[in-house]
Design a protein around this ligand. Structure first.
Ligand code: AKB
Length: 316
């Protein structure tokens, strides 16, 4: 990974990955793209940024070719709750963008990364310590596009020899850029509300466990997987990775350790609750640990401490 094209660079993962890769590889070696430009955003102002709709294959190919990139990191996609509200569009965007990015990688011989998700599992998947290879019958449009992504990335590797790599991300928590329209977003919202109002109404019900990870560990995971020797990768695409698993009452208890007056109640959203109920309680990341040394650093309390400190500063 020496010169990288990123799609969806203004998103939750993209904005932090762009910053990290500009530091690691040099500002001129990261081509950040997104469908829109956000004035004043460091992704746009602090380096090479281009507008790119991932449905536009010609433009994607041209940007990759003109800049001589050797890697494409394809992040642009709709998240679970939005995809459930607009399933036809979600299929079109998530799959159309994926095919264009894979084709760009095939045509130019690029290394390739795209993120799958715990959403690639479904109600018939074993819910606890979910294995790397198991039943995947998701019942959400987002999940359907993620399983399809995993299969297509495997296909491009075996059929065309494209160096495709990927992870199944759990819910990602960060303070720099808000996620847009996910089911695990409650675990980000809760920190904002704790600081602003000392109270949070959770749209996910008590007792609903889901895997989660703090953004610095997610960014390390992408970089470490992309730099891992290819001959060590047995699973290659869609490695289970997780740093912690908790239910709303557990993240609330963690916040209370630092803010004793914090309170939480529930105002459950049936759509997002149904999505959460179809996902595992906790997944097994052994293959990622063994094959490329996945090693998350933040547990729940360490993440809470950092989130509260950083957000207090940001929201001043
Ligand atoms: C979502 O909630 O949609 C995402 C995910 C787990 O993929 N954060």
């Amino acid at each position: 990974m020496k010169k990288v094209l990123i799609t969806g660079a203004l998103g939750q993962i993209g904005s932090e990955l762009t910053e990290r890769l500009r530091n690691d590889l040099g500002v001129d070696n990261v081509i950040a793209t997104d469908i829109r430009e956000v004035e004043g955003n460091p992704v746009v102002t602090d380096g090479h940024f281009e507008i790119l709709d991932v449905m536009d294959h010609e433009k994607m190919l041209k940007i990759a070719k003109d800049n001589g990139v050797d890697t494409i990191i394809h992040l642009a996609s709709l998240l679970s709750a939005v995809a459930e509200a607009k399933p036809q569009f979600a299929w079109k965007l998530n799959m159309g963008g994926l095919v264009n990015a894979l084709e760009t990688a095939r045509e130019l011989g690029l290394q390739y990364f795209s993120p799958s998700s715990i959403a690639a599992f479904g109600p018939s998947t074993p819910m606890d310590n979910t294995p790397q290879v198991t039943i995947q019958r998701p019942n959400t449009m987002y999940g359907v596009t993620k399983v399809s992504m995993e299969l297509l990335c495997d296909y491009y590797y075996t059929k065309f020899g494209v160096d495709t790599r990927g992870v199944r991300f759990p819910g990602l928590i960060s303070y720099k850029t808000l996620p847009g329209g996910g089911t695990t977003d409650y675990a980000v919202d809760i920190y904002y509300e704790a600081i602003k109002n000392g109270h949070y109404s959770s749209f996910i019900a008590e007792g609903t466990k889901m895997d989660m990870m703090y953004m610095p560990d997610a960014i390390d995971a992408i970089v470490d997987l992309m730099n891992a020797p290819a001959d060590k990768l047995v699973n290659r695409n869609a490695f289970n990775i997780t740093a912690m698993s908790f239910a709303p009452e557990e993240i609330a208890a963690s916040i209370k350790k630092f803010m004793p007056d914090f309170t939480m109640d529930y105002d459950v959203d049936p759509v997002r609750q149904a999505i959460a109920d179809s996902w595992p309680n906790s997944i097994d990341a052994t293959c990622a640990k063994e094959e490329w040394g996945f090693n998350p650093k933040y547990d729940l309390d360490a993440m809470t401490k950092d989130m509260l400190e950083k957000l207090t500063e940001k929201l001043k």
